[in-house]
Design a protein around this ligand. Structure first.
Ligand SMILES: NC(=O)c1ccc[n+]([C@@H]2O[C@H](COP(=O)([O-])OP(=O)(O)OC[C@H]3O[C@@H](n4cnc5c(N)ncnc54)[C@H](O)[C@@H]3O)[C@@H](O)[C@H]2O)c1
Length: 496
């Protein structure tokens, strides 16, 4: 009795494509899998049709072989599905959600985006994890059933199927010639797994840090008119790589053009509030900055998704959309994630439970007309006791509260984390519903204005605006918020 392994199969593949084994011989699961890959027939006792040789009993399998049996083809099955194709570039799967810890690759973004971009506006099935294009790509790479596999007598040996079994690479086998040096798939739409954060100030710095720490992107670029600051923060963050454990590169640039094309851009450039200022006081100054940055980003990265942070948020998001000329589902604003977190944190302080277990959504405007629908607030499906109106009031004033305490600048920890959270949800094509400033298109009875609403996020931005049942007064408050934003936008019009 001898054990016949993958090397025996490979030797047979170079010659007769038949591996003859003795009746008492043991054929390893990997050898069977390899035989399927290479079209080698395993014959027992010198002739096909005899009972197949025994597989290695579980007690004799080495660690890891169980994984092979779960995900690899079953011995004797002519139609077993093989694991997906081996990535040619190491840049991630061809399409679908990014694996945890995997950096977003050029082709993965591009393949999915190519289909979704052509499908038009958000809410029409955009952002599905696996596109037909990607599925077709996988089929052509051999992910479909393997014909002529071991155990089908009489068929001519099929040509070797490339790429070979993933089982080999899980065991550390070298990539076969040609695969190891395969050229990178061309990037589609110039997507690169890059996020650009414009404005290397307080919010930009935290956003970049969280994005880098997620270890999802190839590169995070900080852009600031103060080039030294952008480069300095980038270098400082680079030094944290071994401490935080990430491989994402971080770079600083003095211009948007210098950052290169990107998949996502976060706009934090602009002036923050000082004590006594309302967000709306920033409108004129920041509109000029945001309009310029958004149009440059759209020119350098036509398929970018913009996340606007600069205040006044709702107005700046609409302004960025108009200045950029991008489809509305690729321009959204961050405020609701922050305001929701503030509500959860403050409700938790009143004894409502752990902040991250409190269900809530902050909608409407990022300011006086913020709407936290209390009909949707709870913990574990149960309503929260206590004075929630007071919590909403404090949430609404939280930005000013922080500004007052800091005496220079405004909040940046929670804002930066919130922005990064949105970008990561999109990069993962998660389909998560998050409150965001989005262009309403009739939802909640609101149209043609950016306002905070629940949005399902996908790789290409807003997949759809989600309509939740609200109480009548909550709906009225939401529409009032939209009206107020529209009025402020009218004030901004002469400045454009
Ligand atoms: N949406 C929200 O929830 C939220 C929360 C916090 C802050 N904000 C807003 O975010 C913005 C940034 O806040 P911050 O605390 O980071 O301010 P900051 O002053 O620390 O940083 C702003 C940076 O933008 C840079 N900048 C200005 N013009 C630029 C341009 N044309 N190109 C590139 N960079 C430019 C500045 O040099 C500065 O480094 C402010 O408008 C603030 O009100 C929004």
């Amino acid at each position: 009795m001898s054990v016949r392994g993958a090397s025996d199969v490979e030797a047979a593949a170079d010659g007769s494509r038949v591996l003859r084994v003795g009746p008492g011989d043991v054929v390893t699961p990997l050898a069977r899998e390899r035989a399927q890959d290479l079209g080698v027939t395993i014959e027992v006792g010198g002739g096909a049709g005899n009972a197949p040789p025994p597989a290695v009993p579980p007690s004799r399998q080495v660690a890891g072989s169980g994984t092979t049996q779960r995900s690899g083809p079953r011995p004797g099955s002519g139609t077993a599905q093989r694991p997906g194709p081996v990535p040619q570039t190491g840049s991630g799967p061809a399409a679908g959600p990014a694996a945890p810890g995997a950096r977003t690759g050029r082709s993965s973004n591009g393949a999915a985006r190519a289909e979704r971009s052509s499908s038009g506006a958000a809410g029409h099935g955009a952002g599905r994890p696996t596109s037909p294009a990607a599925r077709a790509e996988r089929s052509s790479n051999g992910a479909a059933g393997v014909p002529g596999a071991v155990g089908i007598p009489g068929g001519a040996p099929p040509p070797p199927v490339r790429p070979p079994s993933g089982a080999l690479f899980r065991r550390g086998a070298p990539l076969p010639p040609g695969l190891a040096s395969a050229p990178a798939r061309p990037a589609r739409h110039g997507r690169t797994g890059r996020v650009v954060v414009v404005g290397a100030g307080h919010v930009g710095m935290i956003t970049a840090m969280r994005l880098a720490e997620a270890d999802v992107f190839d590169e995070v670029v900080l852009v600031d008119i103060d080039e030294g600051r952008a480069k300095g923060i980038a270098l400082d963050l680079t030094h944290t790589a071994p401490l935080a454990g990430f491989a994402t590169r971080i770079r600083g640039s003095g211009t948007v053009e210098g950052a290169g094309s990107c998949d996502y851009a976060v706009i934090t450039a602009g002036r923050p509030r000082t004590p006594g200022m309302s967000r709306s006081d920033l409108i004129g100054t920041n509109a000029a900055i945001v309009g310029d940055v958004a149009s440059t980003l759209a020119a350098t990265s036509p398929h970018v998704v913009l996340v606007v942070i600069t205040n006044p948020l709702d107005e700046m998001t609409q302004h960025a959309w108009q200045a950029s000329g991008l489809p509305s589902h690729r321009v959204l604003g961050m405020a609701g994630v922050l305001d929701t977190a503030r509500f959860q944190a403050l409700a938790s302080l009143t004894g409502a439970g752990r902040a991250d277990r409190i269900d809530a959504l902050a909608l409407g405007s990022h300011g006086e007309e913020m709407v936290v629908p209390l009909s949707r607030v709870g913990v574990g499906g149960r309503p929260i006791e206590g004075d929630l109106d007071a919590v909403v009031d404090r949430t609404r004033g939280s930005g000013a509260e922080v500004v007052g305490l800091l005496s220079s600048g405004s909040a940046f920890m929670a804002p930066g984390m919130s922005a990064a959270r949105m970008v990561l949800a999109m990069a993962a094509d998660s389909g998560e519903v998050m409150p965001a400033a989005v262009l309403a298109d009739g939802q909640y009875g609101i149209r043609d204005v950016y306002v905070g609403l629940p949005a399902r996020l996908g790789r290409d931005g807003v997949r759809e605006i989600v309509e939740l049942p609200l109480a009548a007064d909550e709906l009225t408050a939401l529409r009032t918020a939209a009206d107020r934003i529209r009025e402020r936008l009218a004030d901004l019009a002469p400045a454009r």
